[in-house]
Design a protein around this ligand. Structure first.
Ligand SMILES: [Zn+2]
Length: 122
């Protein structure tokens, strides 16, 4: 079956995505990356976002970015590659924080043990 999710990013843009799964639970699992975005910036509480992705060293980085304060929420990929999930809000990139230059340390909350940072997926 298919699950269609519509999401308003900002006053000019909205996206519509269709997720496929064998049943509703699987569709919701697939759509979780969008469904878990509550539409409010975790930092400034504004509601205007951009959705963007970029490739760096062969890795794909996808994220919601707040148009007001630049805080961002990156997509992660489940270890079993069954879908994506949304990470917590992070401050804007600075030069020192470019993903390719970051040391390989990872902050993993206990409940995220089965999740993998997107930069670890090739
Ligand atoms: Zn913000």
């Amino acid at each position: 079956m298919n699950l269609q999710v519509e999401m308003k990013l900002n006053k000019d843009q909205a996206i519509k995505a269709i997720f496929q799964g064998t049943d509703l639970q699987e569709c919701i699992h697939q759509a979780g990356v969008l469904l878990s975005h509550d539409g409010v910036c975790g930092n400034c509480k504004k509601t205007e976002f951009e959705l963007s992705s970029r490739k760096s060293d062969g890795n794909l980085f996808t994220e919601f970015t707040c148009k007001s304060c630049g805080f961002r929420r990156r997509f992660g990929t489940y270890k079993d590659k069954s879908g994506n999930f949304l990470k917590e809000w992070e401050p804007p990139y600075s030069k020192a924080q470019e993903p390719t230059k970051r040391p390989p340390q990872r902050k993993v909350a206990p409940q995220q043990d089965n999740m993998l940072d997107s930069e670890d997926v090739f």
